[in-house]
Design a protein around this ligand. Structure first.
Ligand SMILES: C[S@@+](CC[C@H](N)C(=O)[O-])C[C@H]1O[C@@H](n2cnc3c(N)ncnc32)[C@H](O)[C@@H]1O
Length: 344
């Protein structure tokens, strides 16, 4: 790090190095007593000791309730932890209790960390003290995650790590049965993935596309988005202007979660249903909402004088047994791509 960087920049940079290193591992990183998680690089220990007064002062200011910067650092940590959790299981409901518990865990962590820097004399002492700090912090995070599991249908569901991928743009176009001729500017990709592959693919072809994804916030730090076209946001809150969008696309995203909420015991399908209608209202006349999987229970209710519904088979569905089991679960086929077109 250049010498001119502030303590804040340096410490956040160190934190980011850790997220890059451990952020891709599985849940076990929280519980497994593994040494690498506790260890700090020699340069980091040396920096903290050489700048002890400034580091302690800054960490102290972060833990003062009245200091506005405190929220900044806690937000930084909690946002990354929320990202970690949602990348492991996209269906987790991140409630206020979890946000509160995470903030408390990081508050305790910052205080313990500050105390360790305050008293250590040598790099070895500091590392030994930080061992204890990290063990306690790991245990705190485990407690938070256990609480989250209890409020999300249990540990078996939370730790099941349902697949949540970003797909190649060409595959998305094929599965969605989408061609550039279907698209009128501007185009919105809801749940576009942290890096928004389809958005960039469309933009390269001259389409005015932007994407929204709740994981974009955490991802932006790791994979910067210089064009600013991938926005961090929740599709349930993202402001949708009536009659504005030429097309709204959502590949394996909004509809997947709608189906999940449709089945989930404490789900909120009504919220998704209201949002679905808001998405349709946000289309220009002649605009289309293109998504997969299908939502037959919504599409069947749409007034045909206002909306045309087109369904396209997904040729690549190889797992017939899975498709049949989904059909039984939902009482109708869902593995297709839907184009809902707002009539002009
Ligand atoms: C299976 S991925 C698909 C990503 C992309 N559409 C693709 O096909 O490559 C689902 C995406 O939905 C995002 N997501 C889940 N819930 C969301 C929400 N409430 N608001 C915004 N994005 C959400 C996830 O972060 C994830 O990137």
């Amino acid at each position: 790090m250049p010498h001119s960087d502030s303590v804040e920049q340096v410490l956040k940079h160190y934190a980011l190095i850790r997220y890059r290193r451990f952020g891709g591992l599985s849940w076990e990183v929280l519980g497994y007593p593994f040494t690498a998680f506790r260890q700090f690089a020699d340069t980091q220990l040396a920096y903290m000791l050489a700048n002890r007064a400034a580091v302690v002062d800054w960490l102290t200011r972060q833990t003062e309730a009245t200091d506005s910067q405190r929220a900044d650092l806690l937000d930084f940590f909690t946002a990354h932890m929320v990202h970690f959790i949602q990348q492991r299981n996209q269906f987790v409901r991140m409630d206020d209790q979890t946000q509160h518990d995470l903030a408390a865990a990081y508050d305790a962590f910052l205080r313990d960390f500050r105390d360790a820097v305050l008293v250590a004399e040598h790099a070895q002492d500091l590392q030994a003290a930080l061992d204890g700090v990290m063990i306690a912090h790991q245990a705190d995070l485990q407690t938070v995650v256990r609480g989250l599991a209890a409020r999300n249908g249990g540990a078996a569901f939370l730790f099941s790590e349902p697949v949540c991928s970003e797909y190649a743009a060409a595959l998305q176009m094929q599965v969605l049965h989408l061609t550039p001729a279907h698209l009128t500017d501007p185009v919105l990709d809801l749940g576009c993935g942290p890096t928004g592959r389809l958005v960039h693919h469309l933009r390269a072809q001259g389409v005015a596309a932007v994407g929204v994804d709740r994981a974009a916030a955490g991802a932006a730090v790791l994979t910067p988005d210089p064009d600013g076209v991938i926005l961090a946001g929740d599709w349930l809150d993202y402001p949708l202007r009536a009659g504005y969008w030429g097309a709204i696309i959502s590949h394996m995203a909004f509809a997947t979660h709608f189906l999940h909420h449709h089945l989930r015991q404490d789900g909120r399908p009504e919220r998704y249903a209201r949002r679905y209608m808001a998405i349709l209202c946000a289309l220009q006349p002649g605009g289309r909402f293109v998504y997969t999987p299908g939502l037959p229970f919504m599409e069947d209710l749409l007034p045909r004088d206002q909306y045309a519904v087109q369904r396209y088979a997904i040729p690549a569905v190889a797992d017939r047994a899975l498709a049949a089991s989904l059909d039984r679960t939902f009482g109708a086929p869902v593995l297709y791509a839907a184009h809902v077109i707002r009539r002009g």
